[in-house]
Design a protein around this ligand. Structure first.
Ligand code: NDP
Length: 490
């Protein structure tokens, strides 16, 4: 594959592209934004057909979310990526600028569950930042990825700046061997580990957007009816095949029974034909079966669901009971319309239960007390915590950085951080006024006077208050003069 590496073409195109000011690069994507709007129905139909998600979700979560993100990106990227001037505290007579330099040729590897919006968020961000991109979409959803190709073919990009390479996981692995300058991977924890190991060999910097076993905390002061509706949706939209879907419920004991009965009613009223996304990738069935079998072996209560409705749909399922927090369903991502519930007595316990597993993408807290909710939120190990909202919903807020901690990965897409992640910082430091300056006191030769002067420098830096600072500055000046006049610099 080496001779035919797509990155050879990428690098050629990238050199031309990176010469353009970021404002001009951003403007090139306006036709893509217009086209997403004008052809929403057509694009949503392709995704609906290929991935299976309900048409509403294809319109809202894929095309609509892409429109919102792209609009924000085009408007804000120039300011976020602009050269930044930095004042220097140790050398105030000098200054520095930080330039955001594109990595070069970026490889984006995507999953099948959000086949348009995830690549839009990573590919176009990387392009605007000045990179070339090769996208390896999931073999399960190639047609949805080709929507992006169609959009970008109207944006006057240099030939080869954006390429799609289709194929399965082996193709993704081979592409990494071709040494892209950066890899942005979205997928499972298991594949993320392999991708990181492959990148480590070169090494190639990598962003990992991995799975989540996200939790929703329901406090006793929450609006239970509202929280139960949120949980029913948050656990099952896109058939639960969402990295940030609600997989765990942590409910105040005093309202647990009432909340669960509201939730069961709502889960049972979800229409499989109208609302529930089917299983996109049949391999998921094995995970559902094994998590439910594990729950049964542990004598947990399957309060509703627990079975396939038909070939492609699993019934919305709630698992609860003593010991649920030891079950696979609590600790591992199921990626289906299945949620496990446990209880808590104190806020400390809720936090402990939440942080008790290593995954941390998003979390939600439902409470009528915003201060209490924020206190709990500030203790959770999760990349994003939503209060009285489902964390996954915030994926459509372009300005919020998206990504996790622990086994949910690292690096961010979206927001300021996502753009900055598509670049490396180049610092350029120089004199504020003149280029002709005395030789530096820390150059050779070393000696006792030089050491003395450095101690004064430390004291000057550490001095507290204006008077102390002036006194230390005077001592430093004397020490420097003595040293410079008595020992000429090399
Ligand atoms: P996978 O990890 O199975 O695959 C992700 C991508 O990696 C696919 O394109 C796949 O190709 C490719 N791939 C597989 N093996 C390798 C390899 N050895 N080297 C390089 N690439 C490889 O994930 P899924 O597609 O099943 O997606 C679901 C997962 O993604 C869930 O765990 C979900 O939580 C996570 N996810 C995380 C998100 C986040 O933002 N944190 C967002 C969305 C999903 P192919 O499919 O063709 O085999």
């Amino acid at each position: 594959m080496n001779e035919a590496s797509p990155f050879t073409q990428s690098r050629r195109a990238q050199q031309i592209w990176a010469e353009l000011p970021v404002e001009q690069r951003a403007e090139r994507f306006i036709p893509a934004l217009r086209m997403l709007d004008e052809r929403t129905d057509e694009f949503a139909a392709i995704i609906h057909q290929e991935n299976g998600k309900p048409l509403f979700e294809a319109v809202a979560h894929e095309v609509g979310a892409s429109i919102c993100y792209l609009k924000w990106l085009i408007e804000r990227a120039p300011e976020i990526l602009a050269e930044e001037e930095v004042s220097l505290s140790v050398f105030p007579h000098r200054k520095a600028t930080i330039q955001r330099v594109p990595w070069g040729a970026v490889l984006v590897i995507g999953p099948w569950n959000v086949p348009l919006y995830i690549p839009v968020g990573q590919v176009i961000t990387a392009l605007i930042a000045g990179n070339a991109v090769v996208l390896k979409p999931s073999e399960v959803t190639p047609k949805s990825a080709r929507i992006l190709e169609e959009l970008l073919s109207h944006c006057c990009l240099p030939d080869g700046l954006f390429q799609i390479v289709e194929g399965d996981g082996r193709v993704g692995a081979k592409l990494i061997k071709n040494k892209p300058d950066k890899v942005m991977f979205t997928g499972s924890v298991a594949t993320g580990r392999k991708v990181m190991a492959a990148c480590a060999k070169h090494p190639i910097p990598v962003t990992l957007e991995l799975g989540g076993v996200d939790a929703m905390i329901v406090c006793e002061d929450a609006n239970l009816e509202y929280a139960a509706s949120a949980a029913a949706w948050g656990a099952t939209f896109n058939g639960g095949q969402v990295c940030a879907s609600v997989e765990r419920l942590i409910i105040a004991e005093s309202v647990r029974e009432r909340f669960l009965s509201l939730l069961i009613d709502k889960l049972e009223r979800i229409s499989p034909e109208r609302d529930l996304g089917p299983i996109t990738f049949s391999g998921q069935k094995e995970v559902y079966n094994s998590h439910i079998a594990d729950a049964r072996e542990r004598a947990l209560e399957i309060a509703t669901g627990g079975h396939f409705i038909d070939e492609r749909r699993f019934a919305p399922t709630l698992v609860t009971g003593n010991g649920v927090t030891n079950a696979a369903i609590w600790k591992e991502e199921t990626f289906g319309p299945i949620v496990a519930a446990s209880g808590f007595e104190t806020d400390d316990q809720a936090v402990e239960l939440h942080n008790g597993i290593s995954s941390g993408l998003t979390a939600s807290i439902f409470s009528s007390n915003p201060d209490r909710a924020k206190r709990i939120a500030s203790r959770l190990k999760a990349g994003l915590v939503a209060i009285n909202e489902i964390g996954a919903t915030l994926y459509s807020q372009p300005e919020l950085p998206w990504g996790g901690v622990g086994t949910s990965g690292f690096g961010r897409s979206h927001g300021r951080e996502g753009l900055v992640d598509c670049t490396w910082p180049r610092v350029i430091e120089q004199a504020r006024v003149s280029n002709i300056e005395p030789k530096r006191p820390w150059w050779y030769p070393y000696g006792a006077k030089q050491t003395e002067m450095m101690k004064h420098f430390g004291r000057f830096q550490a001095a507290d208050g204006r008077i102390d600072q002036l006194a230390e500055a005077a001592k430093l000046g004397r020490a420097a003069t003595q040293m410079l006049t008595r020992t000429p610099r090399l």
